[in-house]
Design a protein around this ligand. Structure first.
Ligand SMILES: CC(C)(COP(=O)(O)OP(=O)(O)OC[C@H]1O[C@@H](n2cnc3c(N)ncnc32)[C@H](O)[C@@H]1OP(=O)(O)O)[C@@H](O)C(=O)NCCC(=O)NCCS
Length: 232
């Protein structure tokens, strides 16, 4: 039997009440909502082309889903995880409850995945977690949801969506590359080891500035304009 990863920061045991699974706590707007208006209320629920429904969710639902399915979703080697574990704190819960946005993906009534993100500053949105059950992977959920996020955030003035990925997560690196995410850095973390940082630039000006400063002018948009690659 696979060794269970101890993600003590997301303990199992708090079973969400059924009604909570469908209802987001909208009483306190997240930081993104405060900064960029009511884009979440207008944008969700969203029905994807496969029939999967993307809904706003509350933190406890996402936390419990990740605690329950972490091993089968991430396939990491528990022995290779950094030994350091940050302790659960009231500040952490408050951050997730009041600053972050949580979304849940349903295939019929079955919860098949979650996404958590938050505003980093006035023009940057950070996708902190996206995790789909194996049977829900490879069906375009992430691509459609990210396209939707772009369509909501770009008009609100957000200039970039950032995400961090384990360098060995080839599937995700490839998926993000196809969506024109660019590598903007690497990071060493006591919690997760090495991470590649990527950004998708939402304004042509931001993308051009990055391409000119760091990529000799080379960007996906430029390549697509020259017709050498398919626009995705
Ligand atoms: C990574 C993940 C979020 C991607 O979401 P997804 O909905 O499965 O991705 P999509 O179906 O939108 O696929 C987009 C691209 O991903 C790649 N991809 C998807 N499934 C793949 C597979 N089984 N093998 C290789 N590449 C795959 C492909 O490049 C695909 O593009 P294509 O449709 O043109 O072939 C999801 O697979 C997942 O939850 N994985 C486990 C957890 C994880 O790694 N989270 C990300 C942490 S940053």
């Amino acid at each position: 039997m696979a060794k269970q990863v101890d993600i003590s920061s997301t303990p199992i045991g708090h079973e969400p009440e059924p009604s909570r699974a469908w209802a987001a706590d909208l009483s306190s707007p997240s930081l993104a909502e405060q900064l960029w208006g009511a884009c979440w209320q207008e944008g969700f629920p969203l029905t994807l082309s496969t029939g999967v429904s993307a809904r706003r969710a509350d933190y406890l639902l996402v936390r419990d889903f990740l605690a329950k399915h972490f091993n089968e979703i991430f396939f990491v080697n528990p022995d290779a995880l950094p030994k350091f574990k940050s302790s659960r704190s009231a500040a952490r819960d408050l951050f997730y409850q009041q600053v972050s946005d949580h979304f849940a993906f349903y295939s019929g009534d079955e919860l098949v995945g979650v996404l958590t993100g938050n505003a980093v500053d006035w023009s940057t949105y950070y996708v902190r977690t996206i995790a789909l059950l194996p049977q829900a992977q490879g069906r375009g959920i992430q691509r459609e949801v990210f396209q939707h996020l772009v369509s909501l955030l770009a008009p609100a003035g957000v200039e970039r969506i950032e995400i961090e990925v384990l360098p060995g997560n080839v599937k995700q690196m490839r998926a993000l590359g196809k969506m024109h995410f660019q590598v903007i850095g690497t990071k060493l973390s006591e919690r997760w080891g090495a991470l590649v940082q990527l950004a998708k630039f939402l304004s042509p000006e931001s993308e051009r500035a990055f391409a000119d400063q760091y990529c000799l002018g080379l960007s996906q948009s430029n390549i697509n304009q020259r017709g050498e690659r398919r626009n995705i």
